[in-house]
Ligand binder design. Structure first.
Ligand code: ZN
Length: 199
C-alpha cells in the first residue's frame, strides 16, 4: 500500500509526534505502517519519510538513499557532499546529538514542501540513538548527506520543516531546470549564492 504524502499546512506536520512503546513497535499495526512507509518512500521517490508526512503523529521515520538517486551527480561533487548510499532502515523515538556543528550549506527539498528547494544549513556530524523496527536500541553515527537526512527527518518528528528556520531569499522553484542547474554545483558556488542572496 502507498499513502498520500500530506503537504505543508497539514496539522501533523506542525506538531510534536509521540514516542512508541516497544509493544506498539512489535504490533501488526506498526509493522504494517513501516511497510506502507517503505513503499510510499520508494514510490515518491525520496531519501526519507517521517510518519507525520502521511498524517500519522508518531516518532517513526524510514530512510534509504539508493545509489541511483545520486547517479547523475559528478563523482567529485558526490564526494564533496559526502553522499554515500544508505540502506533502508527505520528510526523510532530518535534522540539526536550534534558531534560536529560545522554548518554545510546545500539546497534541500521535502516531499511535504513539493514546490520549492531552499539552501539549508545542517550540522556536519551527528549521533542518533533510537530503536529499530524490532524495538532494539541502535546508535547511528552519520556525516555529510546522511547526517542531513537524519536531521531533516528528526525535525519532522518535532513538527519542524526546513522552511521554518531557513531564509526565503535562498529559495528556488523545484523545477527540473533548477534541479539540473544545481545538481553539480560545488560547495563554494552554493555558498557564494547564499552569501550574495542574503547580503
Ligand atoms: Zn521532509
Amino acid at each position: 500500500m502507498i499513502k498520500e504524502i500530506v503537504q505543508c499546512g497539514h496539522p501533523a506536520l506542525h506538531e510534536a509526534a509521540r514516542p512508541l512503546s516497544s509493544d506498539e513497535i512489535l504490533s501488526n499495526e506498526i509493522q504494517a505502517l513501516i511497510e506502507t512507509m517503505k513503499n510510499t518512500l520508494r514510490a515518491a521517490p525520496g531519501v526519507g519519510l517521517a510518519a507525520p508526512q502521511i498524517g500519522v503523529s508518531l516518532q517513526l521515520a524510514v530512510i534509504e538513499d539508493q545509489a541511483a538517486y545520486s547517479a547523475a551527480m559528478q563523482p567529485h561533487i558526490r564526494a564533496e557532499r559526502e553522499r554515500h548510499p544508505v540502506d533502508f532502515h527505520v528510526i523510532i523515538n530518535p534522540v539526536l546529538t550534534v558531534l560536529d556543528n560545522t554548518k554545510l550549506f546545500f539546497f534541500e527539498g521535502c516531499l511535504s514542501v513539493k514546490e520549492c528547494l531552499r539552501i539549508t544549513p545542517r550540522n556536519h556530524k551527528v549521533k542518533v540513538e533510537c530503536l529499530n523496527e524490532r524495538a532494539e536500541p541502535v546508535t547511528l553515527i552519520a556525516e555529510g548527506w546522511y547526517a542531513r537526512i537524519l536531521q531533516h527527518e528528526i525535525d519532522h518528528l518535532h513538527g519542524k520543516l526546513y522552511i521554518d528556520f531557513t531564509d526565503e531569499r535562498v529559495q528556488i522553484e523545484n523545477t527540473l531546470e533548477n534541479r539540473q542547474k544545481w545538481i553539480n554545483a560545488s560547495r563554494d558556488e552554493i555558498l557564494k549564492y547564499y552569501q550574495d542572496m542574503t547580503k
